[in-house]
Design a protein around this ligand. Sequence first.
Ligand SMILES: NC(=O)C1=CN([C@@H]2O[C@H](COP(=O)(O)OP(=O)(O)OC[C@H]3O[C@@H](n4cnc5c(N)ncnc54)[C@H](OP(=O)(O)O)[C@@H]3O)[C@@H](O)[C@H]2O)C=CC1
Ligand SMILES: CC(C)(CO)C(=O)C(=O)O
Length: 288
Amino acid sequence: MSPGGVGGLLAALMARAGHRVICLAGEQTAQTLRRDGIHVRSKQFGDFTTQVEADTQLGEPADLCLITVKQTALEPALQRVPSPVLGDGLIVPLLNGIEHPALLRRHYHPQQVAPGVIRVEATRSAPGLIEHGSPFTDIDLASDSAPRERLDALAATLTTAGIRTRVRDDETAALWAKLAFLAPFALLTTRYGLTVGEIRTTRRPELLALLEETAAVSHACGAPADTAAALQLYDASPPDAKSSMQRDAEAGRPLEIDAIGGALLRAAKQHTVDVPLATRLVTELADR
Ligand SMILES: NC(=O)C1=CN([C@@H]2O[C@H](COP(=O)(O)OP(=O)(O)OC[C@H]3O[C@@H](n4cnc5c(N)ncnc54)[C@H](OP(=O)(O)O)[C@@H]3O)[C@@H](O)[C@H]2O)C=CC1
Ligand SMILES: CC(C)(CO)C(=O)C(=O)O
């Protein structure tokens, strides 16, 4: 559901591996996909085009529904996948953030909901045209409510299609591991309009302070967070890397500020953790 940067790439990889794939999108995107398929330009997989089916709403049961819409459009998008039509298919949201699994568990049976986090850099430059800029496409799956065997089977299927997938034991830890890295990255690159290479040099003290704040909230929520390891990832990132929130800001699209920054502040408040820098950055971004 929602074949944008992430969803379009995964749909194309699954179709290329021989799976039947139905992309659920707006009418215009669905028409384009039915006619032209999905064309991927990838640093990892090379250039390729695959045919997919496409519709505006799910019309039959499915084994798996990957949810790859932005959080800002999640609630209306769920109408595209009515629970009675889906049957007992696995729902796997790959959105950034930590709060959407609760919403999905209200819409679908909790045993069907298996959240994942994805590490990838992928952009939809036009409907059906995906630019995949990272030389990796990695997913971590974890669910407090879905049976482990289903996650293991899915991880094997995705890995065979080229999407390296691991199953983690702890859902909270898996979601926070991504957010603890992403929140400082998204907030700083978007607030200052700088690449990761510029942030880790010219704004290093702020980066360190924000990593500390985020790690403190993560710990308070029961998820281990390793600030030194996160900093190493920043230092190892290609200097011109940008966050998806920053690319949204550049393109004038709505920002996932609430799912990423807002969720961090809410968790901090709940656990009475002081996060002055995160609060300032989220406020400044929201004001814009
Ligand atoms: N892009 C990246 O590199 C990464 C993104 N993520 C996360 O993955 C998630 C998806 O991001 P990304 O792939 O970049 O998103 P995109 O903006 O590329 O794609 C969003 C898709 O959502 C659809 N959409 C927009 N509005 C609605 C709506 N009202 N109802 C239903 N569908 C709608 C669009 O479909 P249509 O064509 O019909 O308009 C589009 O295909 C986000 O949570 C993001 O944070 C995580 C890691 C990396
Ligand atoms: C950090 C990154 C690029 C990892 O995939 C991401 O999730 C984002 O920018 O939204």
